[in-house]
Design a protein around this ligand. Structure first.
Ligand code: F0G
Length: 359
């Protein structure tokens, strides 16, 4: 693999790569699978892994699909790309757009707290044109779908099938690492592209006998933004997990197929459960993710109460984005006050000198 090697080079035989497809890459994919030391043993899992998609170049899983979408856009001579986003897609599109000289336009929902500050800062630093739509993500997505058709601008949301193609490589990596599919895959669901992509990847590897088994796909939406769980669009979705604050997912139908074909579930988790999982991941596993990503772990922790046995199971939770994307949630929710001290050793010792009895 090249120095900047990525998913296209590694998995080109499974991707829509032709002789004319540029090998777009900046080190996306090949993300760590970290074994849980606390949550997994407590739940009785045989093994629980966190797949750290926040280790991708722009800090989220979007880079897998974006690499593929950008490669195909370049192949057909596109000059401009456009997307709607709750933040991560825009950061990823902006980065690849900058690197491969495509003008990038992003439409984000305008309301306060709709998009985490780290993501907006990224998109702007990469030089994207950021347009705030006075409406929801769903309205922004509707607009970019129409605009891309009318103005001949390449749409790089996950309704672009090349995004799904790239993102399915996450499933390939899991099977390559474990030697087979896990029993359960836990994943947050927003616009529902990623659950669709993972299921496609697992099935394709199974069809070519790279995997003997298929996982149960366990998708989790935030309670206030759970259209698939409720069975109807949500007009005004609300959740602290802004990345998945989506009321009418574009890949709704394929997500249902993934759920049903895999004998899986799509369930809701509350904001309190998301924050509990978010802090638990940071404090007992050393994994700092964004709130939407913690929905996968919140969901896993809820499974026993839904009658899903975890004893002896191998489970993978997709940790979709890096915690630094959304620093204000940690600042507000961690509720740890600074302690101040005079610059004198005796004073510091008075604070921290007591022997540690338990960590
Ligand atoms: N986790 C994170 C961190 C996300 O940014 C997203 C989606 C999801 C999970 C859900 O994935 O939409 O494929 O079901 N973010 C999109 C965006 C909507 O615009 O960045 P999904």
């Amino acid at each position: 693999m090249g120095a900047t090697g990525g998913i296209i080079e590694r998995y080109r035989q499974y991707l829509p790569v032709t002789a004319r497809t540029p090998l777009v890459a900046m080190g996306e994919g090949n993300t760590p699978m970290v074994l849980s030391r606390s949550i997994g043993p407590e739940l009785g899992c045989k093994a629980l892994y966190f797949k750290l998609e926040g280790c991708n170049p722009t800090g989220s899983f979007k880079d897998r699909g974006m690499a593929m979408a950008i490669a195909k856009a370049l192949e057909k001579g596109a000059k401009r790309i456009i997307c709607a986003s709750t933040g991560n897609t825009s950061a990823s599109a902006a980065a690849y757009g900058a690197r491969y000289e495509l003008r990038c336009i992003v439409l984000v929902p305008a309301g306060a707290g709709e998009v985490a500050v780290g993501k907006l800062a990224q998109a702007m630093a990469y030089g994207a044109r950021v347009i705030a739509v006075k409406g929801s993500f769903d309205a922004a997505l509707r607009l970019v779908r129409e605009a891309s058709a009318r103005l001949d601008i390449e749409l790089v949301n996950s309704v672009n099938p090349n995004r799904i193609e790239g993102q399915k490589t996450g499933a390939f990596e899991i099977v390559d690492d474990l030697g087979d599919s896990p029993d359960l895959l836990c994943i947050p669901v927003g616009n529902a592209g990623n659950i669709t992509a993972y299921w496609k990847g697992f099935k394709e590897y199974w069809q070519v006998a790279k995997a003997r088994n298929l996982p149960r796909m366990m998708g989790f939406q935030a309670e206030g933004a759970a259209p698939i769980v409720r069975g109807e669009p949500v007009e005004l979705p609300v959740t602290i997990a802004s990345a998945i604050r989506i009321g009418n997912p574009a890949s709704w139908k394929p997500a249902l197929v993934a759920r049903d074909e895999s004998n899986g579930m799509i369930e809701a988790v509350s904001d309190d459960q998301i924050i509990d999982a978010y802090l638990r991941l940071a404090r007992s596993e050393g994994v700092f993710c964004e709130p939407a990503s913690a929905a996968s772990v919140a969901g896993l922790m809820k499974l026993p109460s839904l009658g899903v046995p975890l004893a002896g199971k191998t489970v993978v939770c997709i940790i979709t984005g890096n915690g630094l994307k959304d620093p204000s949630t940690a600042e507000r929710r961690a509720r740890v006050d600074f302690e101040f001290v005079e610059p004198v050793l005796d004073r510091v010792e008075a604070l921290i000198g007591a022997p540690v009895t338990r960590i």
